[in-house]
Design a protein. Structure first.
Length: 344
């Protein structure tokens, strides 16, 4: 059983695009979009997760569907609390939610003190007995089964929906870490902007996301793929179809991709020589949904000269690592130095 002395340990990846929840002893039990639909005036929740995502930009006037998180941080604490409460209620009986759950939540290192407190407050209001936060890249490293406690350098690049976090980890702690607010959502926004500027066609972010997933790429490919999209002509205001190829999508994604590559090179440049030698031997480990952009690991390897490994389940690493950290750090002194700073 996953209950331990009537306390349930839960690891959460509170992502801009998706929320994943890990329950110790059961694994990943929730993997749904971070979207909440509420009724205007009353604030009553109409839908959460996948059902709410289908309502984005399609709701009548009395219902608002929103993403409670933006750029990896809470933009609407009330909606975020309702979302966490809803997901937890799906996996635990109501009488077990309050005062029976301990949560570890992955957060980007670039967030402010106010934003960090908002994460903790939302989880406590949702019913957690105890809440701790853990750096996303450290959680991702644990979830990716990297032996972080070894006296060796490991580089992790976690690209989520709102942020990209790059860290060098050794002896259970982060030697260097850097986080920028560029991720999968920025990829989508860049595609939307490009299509409107070049083709005078207005498309939604869901269409841009499909373009990114189906034919998007970061490095040149021999095969040129094509996809038909539909949108609104910005000049006539009428619906219109357009065929886009993968070369144009790659060109549209160039700026945000280059920002991530440059940040990785910057972190490598600040890494102590002995740890850099380890990274050259072991490679850069990539996690997060944004790392699944076709050709991105190949491009990073070409630009840095370092091998790049995309983990088997990149979307799950932060949630898995946050949950597994309960056991891993239980007796480690480094746990206190990391969490005293983050959770005080």
């Amino acid at each position: 059983m996953f209950f331990n002395n009537f306390v349930t340990d839960i690891g959460i990846d509170l992502g801009t695009c998706n929320t994943l929840i890990y329950v110790r002893g059961k694994g990943i039990v929730i993997d749904e979009p971070s979207v909440v639909a509420v009724e205007k005036g009353t604030g009553d929740v109409r839908a959460v997760g996948a059902e709410a995502k289908r309502m984005l930009w399609k709701t009548p006037g009395n219902i608002i569907a929103t993403r409670p998180l933006a750029d990896g941080v809470i933009a609407d604490i009330d909606s975020c609390e309702k979302m966490i409460r809803y997901f937890i209620s799906k996996i635990l009986p109501k009488h077990r939610i309050f005062n029976s759950t301990r949560m570890k939540i992955g957060i980007p290192s670039c967030i402010t003190e106010v934003e960090r407190r908002a994460v903790i407050e939302a989880a406590l209001k949702a019913g957690a007995k105890e809440v701790e936060v853990i750096p996303e890249s450290l959680a991702a490293a644990i979830g990716a089964k990297i032996p972080i406690y070894e006296p060796a350098g490991h580089m992790v690049c976690d690209i989520g929906g709102g942020t990209a976090e790059i860290s060098v980890i050794s002896l259970g702690g982060m030697v260097i870490t850097s986080s920028i607010r560029v991720g999968g959502n920025k990829f989508d926004e860049t595609i939307v902007k490009h299509i409107q500027q070049v083709h005078n066609l207005i498309i939604g972010q869901q269409t841009a996301e499909r373009l990114k997933i189906e034919i998007g790429n970061a490095a040149p490919d021999k095969n040129i793929e094509k996809m038909e999209i539909k949108g609104t002509d910005s000049l006539s205001g009428l619906p219109r179809r357009l065929e886009i190829d993968s070369v144009e999508v790659r060109e549209a994604l160039k700026d945000p991709v280059n920002l991530i590559v440059d940040e990785i090179k910057s972190v490598l440049g600040k890494t102590p020589p002995e740890l850099a030698a380890d990274i050259i031997e072991r490679g850069i480990v990539m996690t997060g949904g944004g790392s699944m952009l076709k050709g991105l690991p190949k491009l990073i390897s070409q630009k840095t000269g370092v091998p790049v490994i995309l983990v088997e389940k990149p979307l799950q690493c932060v949630a898995l690592g946050a949950g597994e950290a309960f056991e891993l750090f239980k007796d480690m002194a480094t746990d206190r130095s990391i969490y005293d700073n983050l959770n005080s």
